[in-house]
Ligand binder design. Sequence first.
Ligand SMILES: *Cc1c(COP(=O)(O)O)cnc(C)c1O
Length: 371
Amino acid sequence: MGVDQLIRQEILGITPYVPGKPIEEVQRELGLEQVIKLASNENPLGPSAQAVQAAVQALTEVHLYPDGNCYLLKEALAAHLGVEPAEIVVGNGCDEIIKLVAEAFFRPGDEVIVADPTFGEYAYATQLMGARLVKVKGEGLAHDLEKMAAAVTPRTKAIFICNPNNPTGTMIKRTALEEFLARIPRQVLVIIDQAYFEYVEDPVYPNGVDYKGDGRVLTLRTFSKIYGLAGLRVGYGVGDRELIAYLNRTREPFNVNRPGQLAAVAALRDQAHVVRSLEVNREGKEQLYQGLAALGLTYIPSFANFILFATPYPASAVFQALLRKGVIVRSAEIFGLPRQIRVTIGTRQENERFLTALATVLEELKGGGLA
Ligand SMILES: *Cc1c(COP(=O)(O)O)cnc(C)c1O
C-alpha cells in the first residue's frame, strides 16, 4: 500500500501555493544580476533600521525559546490599537491566523464564503479542514457584499472579507460593511483581512477593530506589508476575548519567533518609517497609473501597495517576458484572471525599470500572434 492510500482526501483538494519568485532563483536560472521583485507586495524601502537592530539583538538570545505569550508585542499592539492584550492573537504571519481560524472552527460540511478573486489562503485553510468553499464573483472584480450575504445558508460557518482586496486593490466602505454585518446571522464568523490597512488613506475606509465588540468579527493585520518584515513572519488578529482565547488554545506554544517579536515591537515604534513608506507608495502609485495609461493599459484604481492591470496578451507570456528582463511581477492566472498582472508599487527607480521593460515586452509580443 502506498501513501496515496493513506493521504486525507482534503489534502488532495488543495492547490499548492505558488509564491512570488525569489530574486535569487531568477538570478540563478536566468543568469541575471539586476533583478527586481514587484511580486509579493513587500515594502520596497525594506524594514525599519530600528526593527533590524532589535532583531539582531534578539539573535544573541535565540538559544532561548521565544515568549509563547508574545507579552511585549501584545502590550505594544494593545496601546497602539486601543484594545486589551487579551483581545489580540499573534501568529507566524497573518497566514497562520487564517489557518488557526480554520482549525478552531471549520468542519466538514461547513460552508465558507469568499470573494472571487481574492487572497488564496482562505481557500487553502477551508479545504485543509474539509469545509466547502463558496466563491462569490462581484461586479468589476470587487467584493459584492449583497451577493455574499445572499450566499449565507444554515451551513455557513464563516465569511472572509479582504479589505483592501488582494489582488484587486479594491476597498469596501464603512457604510457598506456595516450594512453587511447587520445582515449576517449571529452564528457566522466574519474575518476582515486588513493586511494593507496602513496604506489606505480614504476617510470612508472602516477599521475592523471597531467591530470587535460584535463577538464574531476577527480583524487581521500584518507586519509583512508596510512594516517591511515579511521574512520574519509576524501577523495578528484582533477580536472579542473569547474568540481570541479559542485561537490561542489552537495555536502552537512558540509560534512566533524571538527576532520577529522584538523587531515587530521596534517597527511599531518607528512610525516615521511607516509615513515614509506611505509617501513612496503614494508617489509610486501615480507614476504607475500614468505609465500604464501611456501604454494603453487599463488598471483598477488601488487602495493598497499593488496594482492589477489588464494586458492584451496572456498574463503568463507577459510575466515570462518580464522575468527575462529581470523584473518579477505576479501573473494573476492563479487568481483565475488569465490576462491580468499584479504589480507591487516599488521605488521610483523600480517602477521606471518595470514600465520600460513592460513597454519593450508589449512591443515584442505584438509580433508574436498571442493577442
Ligand atoms: C500578504 C497578505 C497576508 C499575509 O500576511 P503574512 O502576515 O505575511 O502571513 C494576508 N492577507 C492578505 C490579503 C495579504 O495580501
